[in-house]
Design a protein around this ligand. Structure first.
Ligand code: AMP
Length: 209
């Protein structure tokens, strides 16, 4: 299956992707995770992306498009993939469309996880992750277990200021790709409010329908 997860920052894309890939047995490709790994490793790409990410801006299209086109051509993507955080702009959606058409493959679904803006800042600023396992927690809604509470970290762009910038970019740059996929009959809207289990169940239903 070839699936795209779309939604505002803090919608639960990463959390849901981690659950879905276990059942669907396809690689989880998160542009945010790839870029953070590049920043950590200090590669040229990481150095180029870092300032944009810290501000809550989008990394330029040409940087992420090249990275993803190369990634989905890898052998582990031959049976499918789950894209999380890409495409995020109209040119990215067009480039993905073109690359997939050239490879003779098609998308199965675009899952849009919807969460109102009023809930996003609280979700994002309370988010923490375990650097050893990558597991995502929330200080109030899903606190990390006591034995790992000392090692969880907060993303640099999970501050309130960066979150407001990311949300604004989501509305101006990413939301416009929704009609593109809707017109292709691929869009499945999923209510992202509620427990992670409730959202996973809604996604499973949406993928059946
Ligand atoms: P995420 O982990 O998906 O929230 O992404 C974190 C940050 O990485 C974003 O705020 C952007 O700065 C950058 N980023 C991730 N994916 C993309 C993309 N498809 N296009 C541009 N920037 C991206």
């Amino acid at each position: 299956m070839r699936i795209i997860l779309v939604g505002p920052p803090g919608a639960g894309k990463g959390t849901q992707a981690a659950r879905l890939i276990d059942t669907l047995n396809i690689p989880h490709i998160s542009t945010g995770d790839m870029l953070r790994a590049a920043v950590k490793a200090g590669t040229t790409l990481g150095l180029e992306a870092q300032a944009f990410m810290t501000r809550g801006d989008l990394v330029p299209d040409e940087v992420v498009i090249g990275m993803i086109i190369e990634r989905i051509a890898a052998p582990d993507c031959s049976k499918g993939f789950m894209l999380d955080g890409f495409p995020r702009t109209a040119p990215q959606a067009a480039a993905l469309d073109e690359a997939m058409a050239a490879a003779g493959v098609t998308l199965d679904a675009v899952l849009l996880i919807e969460v109102p803006d009023s809930l996003i800042v609280e979700r994002i600023t309370g988010r923490r992750s375990d650097p050893e396992t990558g597991a995502i927690y929330h200080l109030a809604f899903n606190p990390p277990p006591a034995e790992i509470a000392d090692r969880v970290v907060q993303r640099k762009d999970d501050t309130e200021a960066a979150c407001v910038a990311r949300l604004s970019k989501y509305h101006s740059e990413t939301a416009p790709i929704v009609p593109f996929y809707e017109a292709k009959g691929l869009l499945r809207r999923v209510d992202g409010v509620g427990s992670p289990d409730a959202v996973t169940a809604r996604i499973a239903d949406a993928l059946k329908g």
